[in-house]
Design a protein around this ligand. Structure first.
Ligand code: HEM
Length: 427
């Protein structure tokens, strides 16, 4: 068997844990929780049959995400010269000239390239810019909530995933980047094709159309500057006059859509379900909207949308949790294990929105850790705060339309995503 880079794995016992095991998919908290206690660094098999290590303890997860011996770009590993992920994209039907826009993002780079990119982007994507967007996030949220009754199905139920959780983040990203109103339906369609359709053909077409569209937007903004995030990204520079290239700008905007859409949507979907199934916690939030920032931290920990990060690649032999990870082998940091680790959190399986969280350097790993820590965390948290408070203010009698055990989750390792969330809106 070979690793995702196509290199033979030396370990014989790889594949002991299948990430597609129905029991792990059905209850990742229990499944990865057991592994955390019995085999915290475990050899596993991914969806495509390739081998990887999975790491489930809080401290080990942080090591994998922050130790320079683990790289994001497999080509940073001495001896690896081809990256099979590009071939996969081409096999999905993406024209070769478009592959770098997808395969070469900030998440795929290591220092010094990552340091340079992250420094430039951080100068444009600032906490202040996110804070200034809050009134618009509230308006977009209220508009979507007002429209919910019109989406009721014949039996009176409304699917909150389709009509609230998914449209909110893509509309917010459009607002932030500065996409004109007239183009937003296009972006919503691309967003849905990219992350909801599950069809490689539609994903490929959406990517090609988006790259071309963003390229044209960049040209137009160079000619007529405004004051949105895209203008800031175009004009940002460092002391040495370094700037983002045209290709980097397109890749970045595309990355923001991909990284910020499905994740935030699933925080809203999973968090709404968690609050509905814990009425005592919902009552606390409704009594005092000031608890919303803490509640979002806790929901990120308890039912965050990312169960495991993309693989890191060992650039040398590393011993972790008593296991030898050989150079070139991929390792997946299982956030789902870290966030329920009793070594870090008291009574970790209990949802407790009053749990004490530091405002910076939060203890959960839902937004990652280290240099690749989520660039959009402040934006995602803000969207979560607004979504949960406004939803339950507007529809105080909101209730689940089916029994919780009847809800379906997308059977995909690494992700926690409800397929639908049917609710009754109440009055
Ligand atoms: C990175 C989670 C929303 C942009 C990450 C990482 C995680 C994460 C776990 C690190 C991945 C790794 O190390 O392999 C989330 C979650 C979100 C969310 C759970 C919503 C609840 C957003 C939003 C944006 C965004 C709204 C932007 C609009 C990014 C970018 C990176 C990233 C650009 C890469 C940073 C780098 O490589 O330096 N996110 N994210 N994310 N996120 Fe988010």
């Amino acid at each position: 068997m070979s690793t995702p880079t196509g290199h033979d794995s030396p370990a014989d016992d790889f594949g002991a844990v299948a990430l597609t095991d129905p029991a792990l998919l059905a209850d990742p908290y229990a499944g990865y929780g057991r592994l955390r206690e019995t085999e915290p660094v475990a050899p596993a098999r991914n969806m495509d049959g390739s081998h990887l290590w999975i790491v489930t303890r809080h401290d080990d997860v942080r090591t994998v995400l922050d130790d320079p011996r683990f790289a994001n770009d497999p080509l940073s590993v001495p001896g690896i010269e081809t990256d099979k992920r590009a071939d996969l994209l081409i096999a999905m039907g993406l024209p070769a000239e478009y592959v770098p826009y997808i395969a070469d993002t900030v998440l795929d780079t290591d220092p010094p390239d990552h340091t340079r990119l992250r420094k430039l982007v951080s100068r444009a994507f600032t906490v202040r810019r996110v804070g200034e967007l809050r009134p618009r996030v509230e308006q977009i949220t209220d508009d979507l909530l007002d429209a919910l009754p019109a989406h009721a199905e014949a039996d009176g139920t409304v699917d909150l995933v389709e009509h609230f959780a998914y449209p909110l983040p893509i509309t917010v990203i459009c607002e932030m980047v500065g996409v004109p109103e007239a183009d937003r339906p296009l972006w919503r369609r691309w967003g849905a094709d990219l992350v909801q359709s599950q069809s490689p053909e539609r994903m490929g077409t959406a990517l090609v159309e988006m790259v071309d569209h963003i390229g044209a937007m960049v040209e137009q903004r160079r000619a007529e500057p405004g004051d949105d995030l895209l203008d800031a990204l175009i004009s940002v520079g460092d002391e040495d006059g370094d700037r983002l290239t045209g290709k980097e700008l397109i890749t970045l905007v595309l990355t923001l859509v991909i990284a910020g859409h499905e994740t935030t949507a699933n925080l809203i979907g999973n968090g709404t379900l968690a609050l509905l199934s814990h009425p005592d916690q919902l009552a606390l939030l409704r009594r005092d909207a000031g608890t919303a920032p803490r509640a979002v931290h806790e929901l990120m920990r308890w039912c965050g949308p990312i169960l495991g990060t993309r693989p890191r690649w060992a650039t040398e032999d590393v011993t972790l949790g008593g296991k030898l990870i050989r150079r070139g082998e991929p390792v997946m940091a299982m956030i789902v294990g870290a966030n329920r680790d009793p070594r870090r959190f008291e009574d970790p399986d209990r949802l407790d929105i009053a749990r004490a969280y530091e405002t910076r350097g939060e203890q959960h790993t839902g937004f990652g850790h280290g240099m690749h820590y989520c660039l959009g965390a402040a934006l995602a948290r803000q969207e979560g705060e607004v979504a949960f408070t406004r939803l339950f203010e507007r529809y105080p009698e909101l209730s689940l339309a089916v029994a919780e055990h009847e809800l379906e989750w997308l059977p995909r390792p690494g992700l926690r995503r409800l397929i639908r969330l049917p609710v009754h809106l109440g009055r």
